[in-house]
Ligand binder design. Structure first.
Ligand code: HEM
Length: 399
């Protein structure tokens, strides 16, 4: 977490609970009363932990560690009551929250432990407070605000760490998927090559025609394996898009020319003449359309219709690419844009993953809709160039 961002967030949270310098003054006034009782608060804190195995288990260093922890908690309490609540304070508090995540302390124990400190302090103040009751009530309100801010920081640290952990897990899952996909895609050509090499090496007398046939087969499989690797490196190294305004109709027509529809598929382009230009990378959007059209043709081996329509509004243009194929079952639909999630016998299942990645980088969205048996629609939403006339030429820079 960026320190300045963290401080800013803390200031914002302080404003939320109505924290003022008078609150800090009132909290500081409790030091004289509470200081002699700090050992008692700290002892109670660790005695309670002992009673809860799920909390206790994170203390792996035995009595020695508890002695050390008592020292750190005492310092924590002193800083809490007399703190300046500045950048250093906030960072140290965040670090404490983070440390608990690291050692695997369940968040709920951090919360109840804080509640226990709050109650203990309140009990001491109730019996030892030298001033009047109104002042005590105001002081307890100030302490409540401060401890709620502590709780927010602790929970924030947990949340940030969980999110980072989740991202790491997702990245690992994606790597696993890609690795599995590559293995699957390469195994087939390698097996064919192996069989041909085995034949050429071991057959008694191989006619020149047979030799030629096997060498050609090997060459074809090497090309297939090579295309898997090329598609993969294209996926991994998509260049940053250069966003420029352009009319969608042009790209749709060019993509339709590049991947001509089979004879048994009728294509209907239904783009309103007043459709505003979009702001995106023309070449990259073309790849998306190529993939969507190819995909639609493959979904209709018995023939059918492909319809391309569009609407605009809300600063965006949305193009719908609809086929009349068999549709996509819900469990496939959920994962259809993940790498190597191909249900097709051909293709290597990267077309939609690449398209989605391109659209993300072009600040758009790509979504698939389908009712099994009733075809599928892919909706591509891009920024309309009309909504940002001052950004006629934008390079989104490296991402
Ligand atoms: C809101 C309540 C809590 C506060 C204010 C607190 C305070 C602290 C502080 C100041 C540290 C030192 C952090 C650092 O390394 O910079 C720490 C670490 C630690 N806390 Fe807590 N703690 C709380 C709850 C708990 C609970 C419920 C447990 C349960 C066992 C626990 C166990 C530990 C352990 C094991 C460490 C690591 C100590 C080490 O590095 O040896 N804490 N805590």
């Amino acid at each position: 977490m960026d320190p300045q961002e963290l401080l800013q967030k803390y200031r914002d949270l302080q404003a939320y609970v109505g924290w003022t310098p008078s609150d800090a003054g009132r909290v500081r006034s409790t030091v004289a009363v509470l200081e002699p009782h700090l050992p008692e608060i700290v002892d109670d804190f660790y005695a309670e932990i002992e009673k809860h195995p799920q909390a206790r288990k994170v203390i792996s260093g035995g009595a020695e560690q508890i002695v050390r922890l008592k020292g750190t908690l005492t310092t924590w309490l002193r800083q809490l009551l007399g703190g300046d609540y500045d950048l250093e304070y906030v960072l140290r508090r965040w670090q404490v929250g983070y440390r608990h995540v690291e050692i695997g302390l369940d968040q709920v124990f951090a919360n109840v432990a804080l509640a226990r400190i709050r109650l203990h302090i309140a009990g001491i103040l109730r019996t030892r407070w030298p001033g009047d009751q109104a002042e005590l009530a105001a002081t307890r309100d100030s302490l409540d605000k401060l401890l709620d801010l502590e709780m927010a920081l602790i929970n924030g640290a947990y949340q940030a760490e969980f999110a980072a952990r989740q991202q790491r897990v997702e990245r690992l899952v994606a790597i696993g998927q890609v690795a599995g996909g590559i293995a699957h895609e390469l195994r087939n050509p390698l097996n064919v090559i192996k069989t041909s090499v085995y034949y050429l090496t071991n057959a008694r007398s191989v006619s020149p025609e047979k030799t030629k046939e096997h060498l050609e087969r090997i060459e074809k499989q090497v090309t297939t394996a090579d295309s898997v690797i090329t598609a993969l490196s294209n996926y991994a190294r998509l260049p940053s898009p250069t966003l420029r305004p352009f009319p969608l109709e042009q790209v749709v027509r060019e993509a339709l020319e590049a991947v001509e529809p089979p004879d048994n598929i009728q294509v209907q382009v239904d783009l309103p003449p007043a459709l505003p230009p979009v702001l995106a990378d023309l070449d990259q959007v073309q790849i998306v359309f190529l993939n969507l059209f190819r995909n639609a043709y493959e979904a209709m081996p018995q023939g059918g219709a492909l319809r391309i329509s569009a609407t605009d509004g809300d600063g965006h243009v949305e193009v719908a690419v609809t086929d009349t194929g068999d549709g996509i079952p819900p469990e496939v639909l959920k994962r259809i844009m993940e790498p190597f999630h191909s249900t097709k016998s051909r293709g290597i299942g990267l077309g939609l993953a690449i398209s989605r990645s391109i659209v993300d980088r072009n600040q758009g969205t790509l979504k698939a809709f389908s009712e099994p048996g009733r075809g599928a629609t892919f909706k591509l939403r891009l920024k309309s160039a009309d909504r940002v006339p001052e950004q006629k030429e934008v390079n989104s820079g490296p991402s």
